[in-house]
Design a protein. Sequence first.
Length: 553
Amino acid sequence: MAQLQHLWPPQSAMLLWVPSVLYLLVGLASRLHSGRRLAIDSLWGWSRLASLIALFFSIAFCTDAVVHGPSLVRGPRLFALRAFGECRLSFQSDSVEALMLLLVTFLGWVIVSYSRNYMAGDPEERSYIRNLMQTLASVSLLIVTNNLIIFLVAWVATSLSLHGLLTLYPERQPALIAAHKKFLASRLGDVALLCGVVLLGSQTGSFEIDEVLRRIAGMHPVPPPLHLAATLLALSATIKCAQLPLHGWLIQVMEAPTPVSALLHAGVVNLGGFMLIRLAPAVTTTPIAQLLLVVVGCLTAVISSLVMTTRISIKVNLAWSTCAQMGFMLMECGLGLYALAFLHLLAHSLYKAHAFLGSGGAVQQALLKRTAPQAKPTSMVIFIGNAFFGLLVATCFAIQWRQTSQIEATTVFCIVVAGLAIAVILTASLSARNLSTSLLFLLSAFGISGLYFGYDKLFQSLVPSASIAHNYDRNVLIFAAVGFALLYIVQGSLRARPLGRFAAALYPWFYAGLYLDELFTRATFRLWPADQLKMTTPRRDAARPFESKGVAL
């Protein structure tokens, strides 16, 4: 892990938690008693001002981290535990934390601005503001803290605040059932994280993240309790990222307002990957943890990618896409590709926020596509030919950026992923109806490969954990590469023969999501029966369908 180049002066420590405090103050303001309540317009004004100031501070932190290097502030001691060390109010800002905080505050500013018009006149408007600002406060604190206990508290607080947003309309039974499933899954993840944090503290004698990672790096060999801690961290991350088979709640929370979906899919669901990147030196010491991430992530990415092809609802399609993307990100973490995983996290967050907030306009675009003439099925020979050409292009770019003819095993996996992505774009270029569109697709194919390996090299200098040694099994790499190769072949077969026997046999299974969520739902209801949920009768002023806003898809 990169050494800290300087420490901020103690009086500047408050600046690192300014975004969290600003969000929290607005959230508390919405709880004022009826006689002292702020008007809704004033609350929205304070929310926008707080989100704008938080964005300003995050830009300053990001600039300082990139220009001057990492910073660490050790605040006052909160309490001490004998065998576990001290718990301090400490904060850290390096490239990972600064860029992540910039992402969250930017998305927070966009979502708050969007929500003001979206939620105008809604009877639950005040509750929405309160839970939204509390969620942003918890996420911001989770990002900048350097203490594992505060990290755990912020992790749980984020889930509980988000639960308030998902159950914003208590008269909507499907929303309550989805939140009911998420609540149980999240508590399972919280317990795994709690056990992992306790093991890390007991074995290293500290809860300070930088001290924990430094002491683990000096242990040879690593004791079994730390291997168990790393496995629990990986398990908690997979649950947070809604991996199969605990993914159903993410697909079924579409009853919540669209800005909530944008916040969930673009920010909160990514926190599992952020935790793995932040604690990468601890996770990479345990092959079982890496194996768990690769297997679960790869299977989720492959299955979710096939399931989403059976969906016609825009928002549900995006939800399955999030499952697939989170699986791919966790798989990258399991393979030790933390720089690419962090790049994937940032890119996916921005894309998914734009996709959800613009989902209303997607309806008109979908209608236009239906009126356009249908493209002819592509031959399987073309799919295979494009795959070979894509792999060749990706190999050339990998050698160029690596500046060596000896390619590592992890680089081979990156070549497979980039090459198959190029093949998909090349296939799309052949289906284009005009020459300019075809040329644009071709340029995109070459550009993606160059940027993929170029960004990998750039982010390795920004992500400290990207330079640590990784212990990986070649069989795990082969499993991941074969998984994506099979995904490409299956998708190519379905596109080549969309009405064939193979497609007809697979469609019912993938349309049902392989019935994985049904099994989890039954287990959930046995543990916590649905009749214990507090249902309320619909109110006339609250029964406002999303169709009136053009976003119920």
